[in-house]
Design a protein around this ligand. Structure first.
Ligand code: ADP
Ligand code: MG
Length: 363
């Protein structure tokens, strides 16, 4: 349905997209992930000609859209886009937001446009809000209206550019639920997102973008569990783990806890897992305390969706020995507690650096 060949885009001297070649079939859901600034938005904007590509070709259903005769407004209806900021018309009611473009651009009669608009509002769970104004709705509701408005143009594909990143965390899931529903109904979609769990379970294919290219692509399982290329691996590991360097005895435990809490929330870890993790962290740091200042300690938390294991590890840049084998009587109780909250404990010493690794009990 969408065929892209050697697409490139420069802004002045800066090449943002180097050479993109890919095909997206009807009914496919593609999620685009990658660090910011790697051209994900630019790629989407090129697909519906919000940006004019510098080179290459784009065919939509066999039609060359970079040809001079392309009807650009019509193309944008076919490949309609949902933005991070909902861009609703604030002076129009929700219903009017949905009917405006179908009436003006597609020549739909008002009653038919309103009927369809109400159906779509039902579908996104906002049947009751037809006569409200956007300012009366929450961010999540506004974004659902924006999705319904996009669908009112009867697009053949929908392009989403980070549809949840402007939302309060409590509203993300209602918007994702609507997008999931569209996927189930067979809508062709290209979704730029930072929500990795969502990308993973909604998409048929993942594009990891970097260096102006689709640096790596594959099934969700391939990209998230077994990425082949260096940068993809680094990116995937970073989003699945959080790391903190402890350089002195005066480390900021609160900042570290905050960072870890955010991480746990993102990974949707339960209360017990979070509690056990923070407790282990605090107790183990106490054991390392005498050595802090002399060693550099790197603390990392990782969650593997595959094994469902939550790992906490401490890596020191010089030999400290296993703090859990301390024979200081004061350490006896903390060590007992630690052993109780950890499912597995592993210690290894490699090239003078020590690594203590624990699997946290989640229940
Ligand atoms: P992403 O969506 O992956 O974060 P973008 O596509 O927004 O990345 O941007 C990629 C690069 O292109 C960035 O360095 C950005 O500054 C640059 N860029 C995007 N749009 C323009 C523009 N209209 N003019 C100049 N530079 C731009
Ligand atoms: Mg972007």
């Amino acid at each position: 349905m969408i065929k892209v060949e050697h697409l490139s885009k420069k802004f002045g001297d800066v090449t943002v997209l180097k050479d993109i070649t890919t095909e997206i079939r009807k009914g496919e859901v593609v999620a685009i992930i990658g660090p910011s600034g790697t051209g994900k938005s630019t790629f989407l904007r090129c697909l519906n000609l919000l940006e004019t590509p510098s080179g290459g070709a784009i065919h939509i259903n066999g039609e060359d859209v970079l040809g001079a005769r392309t009807d650009v407004p019509k193309l944008r209806q076919k490949m309609n886009m949902v933005f991070q900021s909902f861009n609703l018309f604030s002076h129009l009611s929700v219903l009017e937001n949905l009917t405006l473009a179908p009436i003006k651009l597609r020549g739909v009669e008002k009653p038919a446009a309103e009927k369809r608009a109400r159906e779509l509002l039902q579908m996104v769970g906002l049947g009751e809000k037809a006569d409200h104004f956007p300012s009366e709705l929450s961010g999540g509701q506004q974004q659902r209206v924006a999705i319904a408005r996009c669908l009112a143009m009867e697009p053949e594909a929908v392009l989403f550019d980070e549809p949840t990143s402007a939302l309060d965390p409590t509203m993300v899931s209602e918007v994702l639920a609507v997008i999931r529903r569209l996927a189930k109904d067979g809508m062709t979609m290209v979704i730029v997102t930072h929500e990795m769990d969502f990308a993973r379970d909604v998409a048929n294919r993942i594009f990891y973008m970097d260096e102006g290219l689709i640096y790596e692509e594959g099934s969700p399982a391939q990209i998230f569990e077994n990425p082949q290329k260096e940068k993809t691996r680094i990116f995937i590991n970073r989003v699945r783990s959080c790391r903190h360097e402890v350089l002195s005895r005066d480390y900021d435990l609160y900042a570290m806890n905050g960072q870890i809490e955010t991480f746990c929330e993102k990974q949707m870890l339960g209360k017990t897992a979070r509690h056990n993790l923070l407790l282990l962290l605090e107790e183990i740091l106490q054991l390392y305390k005498p050595a802090l200042g002399q060693i550099r300690l790197s603390v990392s938390v990782e969650y593997s969706e595959k094994t469902e294991q939550l790992e906490l590890s401490f890596t020191s840049n010089s030999a400290t020995g296993n703090v859990l084998e301390s024979d200081n009587p004061d350490d006896e109780l903390p060590i007992l507690i630690i052993r109780n909250y950890a499912e597995q404990i592993h210690f290894e010493s490699v090239d003078g650096a020590d690594r203590l690794q624990l699997v946290v009990k989640k229940a």
